[in-house]
Design a protein around this ligand. Structure first.
Ligand code: NCD
Ligand code: ZN
Ligand code: ZN
Length: 433
């Protein structure tokens, strides 16, 4: 059994200390044999718990030209993630035990991170009748999160029944909040800029109105509601009011909505086309403040890989979505840590502990504590690097950060004690002789 001793790392950004890994767990450094342990000098690095992404599109089955589970977990590991929740908008949709079990199994085979399949709320994401949520929860894939992401569960009665069902399963409904009637043909934020660019806008109310409705439905059902990719100031205010009322609502923000604005759409470059759209400066400010004060609970990437053909077209026709697993931590460092809004312990909370808690993924309750599974990330916060397509580990490179410098570098990652990233490269499986 290899025992690994990490020395000198600032634990959760605090004082330098030691971490010891043995048998997949974090153990007391005082109890290990230092003469035989593998030593990792982590001086100057920050130690964080493995990151957990509650919102990842891995595209398999059906979208393998954009990403596979094997390539997606490489991107995840490189970004510091040890667990990702895979969205249900695959082909076929993850609305049957067969599909969620396939995704789960491919994740186990890919090894680099835990893959937790998300189940569809409605059959085929069609918004007409509920998927058999109980079957998905009871399958070998143990589904705990249900979402029609990519589509809104727009029908209030269906949403109400989904919430009631989820409550009985201790599952959560992750809603893609977008009133379809308010967003017909919309491709960017509704604003003077949209008018200037001749593109159809997307009102903030299309998001906030659904969140307000769903909060009331969740309260009545005694259910947990999670709001995907909050993008506007108005939604932040609705979530804040719902929390003040005691409603079991949680919310996520993406790294791109914390850092980027609609101004980028001036280029008509489809890399900046995303659902929900990049918004205005005042929204970015509100999202950062909401993440800092706990109104928004977590950062989720909404990693949405697309093949080049889907993006190399007119802005109005291109697919929505951006890859994000490999740039998330840097974007959060820049928008939240370097602005003084969040310390590293806060980053651990919003990118690991709380997303794991929402998704009921065990092992992340006590970040870096002795006895916990050894999900560990060592990041060099002083490093800066320009994002290059050729260096991304995922299959698609539709990143809004190409050519952009971001702070921080994920250097080493352990997933359940297994080294998945070494010196910022994927640790390839040792071939047994
Ligand atoms: N975010 C996106 O722009 N696209 C997502 C769907 C979604 O998250 O709504 C996708 O699957 O490509
Ligand atoms: Zn979505
Ligand atoms: Zn999504």
């Amino acid at each position: 059994m290899t025992v690994t001793l990490l020395t000198g790392a600032r634990i959760l950004g605090g004082e330098p200390g030691e971490l010891a890994i043995a048998d997949g767990l974090l153990v007391d450094p005082a109890t290990i044999d230092r003469d035989t342990a593998e030593l990792v000098d982590a001086s100057g690095l920050v130690a964080l718990p493995g990151l957990v992404d509650l919102h990842t599109h891995l595209r398999q089955p059906g979208g393998e030209q954009a990403e596979t589970i094997a390539t997606g977990v490489r991107a995840a590991a490189a970004g510091g993630y040890t667990c990702v929740f895979a969205m249900a908008n695959t082909t076929p949709v993850a609305d049957t035990p067969a599909v969620v079990e396939q995704v789960h199994r491919l994740g186990v085979e890919a090894e680099l991170a835990t893959v937790r399949p998300i189940g569809a709320v409605t059959v085929g994401l069609a918004g007409e009748r509920l998927a058999d949520m109980g079957m998905l929860a009871g399958s070998a894939a143990r589904v705990t999160v249900f979402s029609d992401d990519g589509h809104c569960v727009a029908d209030a009665e269906l949403m109400r029944r989904a919430l009631e069902h989820a409550a009985s399963l201790d599952a959560v409904i992750a809603q893609h909040a977008q009133d379809p009637a308010l967003t017909r043909g919309s491709v960017m934020h509704e604003s003077p800029l949209a008018a200037e660019l001749g593109l159809t806008g997307w009102p903030s109310a299309a998001e906030a109105a659904i969140v307000a409705r769903d909060a009331m439905l969740a309260e009545a059902a005694g259910a947990r509601l999670h709001v995907c990719h909050v993008s506007t100031l108005e939604t932040v205010e609705v979530v804040r009011a719902a929390k003040a009322r005691g409603i079991a609502i949680t919310a996520e923000v993406t790294p791109h909505h914390l850092l980027l604005t609609e101004e980028l759409v001036r280029s008509y470059d489809a890399r900046y086309k995303v659902n929900p759209p990049l918004r205005a400066e005042r929204d970015v400010r509100a999202l950062r403040e909401a993440l800092a004060d706990g109104t928004i609970d977590i950062v989720a990437t909404d990693h949405a890989p697309h093949a080049p053909e889907a993006k190399q077209t007119a802005f109005a026709d291109a697919a929505f979505g951006m890859v994000g697993l490999e740039t998330a931590l840097g974007a959060v460092q820049q928008s939240m840590v370097e602005t003084g809004l969040l310390d590293w312990a806060g980053v651990a909370r919003v990118m690991s502990t709380t997303p794991a808690a929402i998704g009921r993924e065990p092992g992340y309750e006590a970040p870096l504590a002795i006895g916990s599974p050894a999900h560990v990330v060592l990041v060099d916060p002083a490093a800066r690097g320009t994002i290059e397509a050729s260096r991304l580990k995922g299959r698609s490179a539709n990143s809004p950060f190409l050519g952009v410098e971001l702070p921080g570098r994920v250097l080493h990652v352990w997933h359940a004690g297994r080294r998945t990233v070494t010196d910022a490269e994927i640790t390839e499986k040792q071939v047994q002789a």
